[in-house]
Design a protein around this ligand. Structure first.
Ligand SMILES: [Fe+2]
Length: 201
């Protein structure tokens, strides 16, 4: 299903969208980020594993030179967003943060790796990180990210075929911090503007 082929829709519908939106609405009513994350991760996992949540087929199309970010839903009432990210083999992120907001992510196709990064020191203008264990996630596996301990790397897990993950944030993330390897054991912080490859909401 391609939403772009629809006759001027006001939003992109897909199987499971209404149930997903209801689950997010219920979760954010809990107000506390940790409670929201736990409830939302459980709901997202249940929806994906049941097969009821089927994002539009366009999310299976990778971008050639970056991982693709497509907006699937934006809540007019609450402001939260659902982003589909598409990872081709070899694609991934640098170490990054989430601009101070919580996030819930779940894999709905293929496999990704998530590598937590613990801040061990800030020296001059650099950050020193210690990589955590590589967490390999497949369909239905969900995780939460809470600031300030939110630094991590996400990448395609290897092998053929794309991976697709869904990411839910309390509002649109238009920029975040990325931490680029300076080659001396330190990482330099840069503010990076985040773009969408498509707005299907
Ligand atoms: Fe992230």
């Amino acid at each position: 299903m391609s939403c772009q082929a629809s006759p001027a829709p006001s939003s992109c519908d897909f199987p499971g969208r209404a149930e997903l939106v209801a689950a997010i609405d219920a979760a954010i009513a809990l107000q506390e980020p940790e409670a929201i994350g736990a409830a939302l991760a459980a709901s997202l996992e249940r929806l994906i594993r049941s097969g009821r949540l089927q994002p539009p087929a366009v999310v299976l199309e990778p971008a050639t030179d970056h991982y693709a970010r497509r907006l699937l839903y934006r809540s007019a009432e609450h402001g939260y967003v659902v982003i589909a990210m598409t990872w081709a083999p070899g694609q991934g992120t640098p170490i990054h943060d989430h601009d101070g907001m919580w996030g819930v992510e779940g894999v709905c196709h293929g496999r990704i790796e998530v590598i937590p990064q613990r801040v061990v020191a800030r020296e001059h203008d650099g950050w020193r990180f210690q990589s955590g264990p590589v967490l390999c996630a497949g369909p239905g596996e969900c995780a939460c990210v809470f600031p300030p301990a939110d630094h991590h790397v996400i990448r395609h897990a290897g092998g053929e075929g794309v991976a697709v993950s869904l990411h839910i944030y309390p509002h649109e993330m238009t920029a975040c911090g990325v931490y680029l390897d300076a080659g001396d054991g330190l990482h330099r912080l840069q503010r990076r503007h985040l773009q969408l490859d498509a707005e299907l909401a």
